[in-house]
Design a protein. Structure first.
Length: 254
């Protein structure tokens, strides 16, 4: 199935690159007649991109594009029916993105208001679910799972409750702990890196900024690199070796 889809995509790309709008519309109609609506719509879209005033291409894209949008919305409704809110959100966003894509080439599709109302309800309930799951993950110190849940909430609605704060905590806490452990073990570079990641995300997280500075102060030391004598017949070898040594020192780890 995946191979077949890949083959169709490859053939479509070849057609788009080698044909003008008229030929693309003709091939699109053949695909549409065969029931391959989305592939046909792709060719019509390519024809419109090549000629924004091509009447047949615009009319064909209007027709086939509506079919593609309706399929996306049918997926949304199916997911709503089985209470799969994550899939519903994904399907609706795919439908909305397709609607916007065609609107950008002046093809206006029918996107019924009823779908927008249904999505608002599903989205709200989905964010509630994600937020509660994130709080449970955070309490259980499953920081990665918590971060994923909160960041999805923030993506859907940046102003939802305190999801942004909770996402910052889920990101910062494990890095802060790793930094403390590294600092206690005198692994100053690792500690500085961990605390820097925390501060870059949430500058006021606990005492991460102070500990970052402490790790830097503790980890800085001076190394004197003496001159090298070149005992070979290769010119400038001593400078190359000196540069290599200094690079290796700079790239060393704890």
């Amino acid at each position: 199935m995946r191979f077949a889809a890949w083959t169709i995509a490859l053939v479509t790309a070849a057609l788009i690159g080698c044909n003008g709008p008229k030929a693309l519309v003709k091939k699109g109609m053949q695909l549409e007649t065969a029931g391959q609506i989305e592939q046909a719509a792709n060719l019509y879209y390519a024809a419109v991109i090549k000629d924004r005033s091509h009447v047949d291409a615009l009319a064909s894209l209007q027709r086939a594009g509506q079919g593609v949008l309706d399929m996306r919305l049918a997926d949304f409704q199916s997911a709503v029916a089985v209470n799969d809110r994550a899939a519903a959100v994904k399907s609706y966003e795919a439908a909305e993105a397709y609607f916007d894509k065609l609107a950008n080439v002046n093809v206006r599709l029918n996107f019924a208001e009823v779908h927008k109302v249904a999505f608002a309800r599903v989205k709200s309930a989905h964010m509630d679910d994600l937020y509660e799951a994130g709080m449970e993950d955070l309490a259980a110190e499953r920081f990665g799972d918590a971060l994923g849940n909160f960041e999805e909430v923030v993506r859907l609605d940046p102003a939802f409750r305190d999801a942004k704060l909770q996402a910052d905590i889920a990101y910062s806490e494990p890095r802060y702990r790793a930094g403390r452990s590294a600092l206690d073990a005198a692994q100053y570079r690792t500690a500085h890196r961990s605390f820097s990641e925390v501060v870059s995300r949430k500058p006021d997280f606990k005492d991460a900024a102070n500990l970052r500075d402490e790790a830097l102060a503790q980890g800085v030391f001076t190394i004197a690199v003496i001159g090298f004598q070149n005992g070979s017949d290769r010119p400038n070898l001593e400078n190359k070796f000196r540069t290599y040594v200094m690079q290796e020192v700079a790239n060393s780890t704890d």
